[in-house]
Design a protein around this ligand. Structure first.
Ligand code: CAA
Length: 248
């Protein structure tokens, strides 16, 4: 097969779909993973929508919170395509509440998807990348993992945890041609942002020096840059893309 094999978790969402499209032009064969039974996880519809736009991509269901299921899905991908060269961990959920109102279920569901999910998928592909001497792992965190956010103790903890994972694994695999990086988007036009109450959204917008929310394609462009063969000297980094909302 020509090009790289790329897997994108959360790949059928608004940002995920844009990431898949950008990766497919590298060229790469792209497999989008989505959570079984999620509203935006209609694999057949997603594939035919992409086909009508002239993209040839596959979508598969994968519950990234479940290590056994994730392992089985990655075994199937490896059987079919031989390997995974690029892994983008873009699956993420929010369940916002102030800590005094946050339930254990809200805490656990966010941590399981956003942080355990990154362990589960990366654990499945890392040996193969090391054996072949090439790999790109890109973990999507958030500006709110860098600065914290009112009502997001669960989400911010999971997103900050992602970068600790990135830096540690980056050190472990650096000598074998595998890079591991975090991308921390700010507020990007997507259903996740639109679910924030209007008055809160207006306050957030006022904090963004660029004066607008980001576009999914802007995040996807950064990810495809990091995924390129030529980006082998960038590893363990946390790259912000937030319109200047948080400068570190
Ligand atoms: N800082 C300080 N105080 C704040 C505040 C803030 N940012 N937001 C609200 N408050 C205050 C309110 O003024 C209010 O004060 P009073 O009791 O004195 O009136 C008090 O805190 C309670 O506020 P709410 O009425 O908002 O509380 P709630 O329990 O009804 O709602 C919430 C809490 C659900 C977290 C709500 O505040 C909210 O939705 N906030 C937005 C959270 C957010 O930005 N999420 C981002 C989602 S997108 C994303 O996560 C993607 C990404 O990576 C960037």
């Amino acid at each position: 097969m020509n090009g790289r094999v790329a897997v994108v978790t959360g790949g059928t969402g608004t940002i995920g779909t844009e990431i898949c499209k950008h990766l497919s032009t590298m060229p790469s064969h792209v497999i989008a993973l989505c959570r079984p039974r999620a509203v935006d996880c209609r694999t057949a519809e997603w594939m035919s929508a992409r086909k009508s736009e002239d993209y040839d991509m596959e979508a598969m269901e994968c519950d990234v919170t479940d290590f056994g299921h994730t392992t089985a899905v990655f075994e199937e991908i490896t059987r079919k395509y031989g390997r995974v060269d690029i892994l983008v961990n873009a699956a993420g959920i929010t369940s916002d509440a102030t800590l005094r109102k946050m339930t254990l279920d809200q805490w656990q569901s966010v941590l399981r998807t956003n942080l355990d999910g990154v362990f589960n998928t990366t654990r499945c592909i890392i040996e193969g990348m090391l054996d072949r001497g090439f790999g790109r792992v890109i973990n999507i965190s958030s500006v709110n993992g860098q600065k914290g956010q009112f009502g997001q103790a669960n989400y911010a903890a999971s997103k900050a945890g992602i970068h600790g994972f990135t830096m540690s694994v980056a050190r472990e695999v650096a000598r074998k041609g595998v890079t591991v990086n975090t991308v921390s988007p700010g507020y990007i036009e997507s259903p996740m942002i639109m679910s924030v109450p209007e008055d809160h959204r207006a306050k957030i917008l006022a904090e963004i020096p660029v004066g607008r929310f980001g576009q999914p394609s802007e995040v996807a462009r950064l990810i495809s840059f990091l995924a390129a063969d030529e980006s082998g000297f960038i590893t363990g980094a946390d790259i912000s893309i937030n319109g200047g909302q948080h400068m570190g």
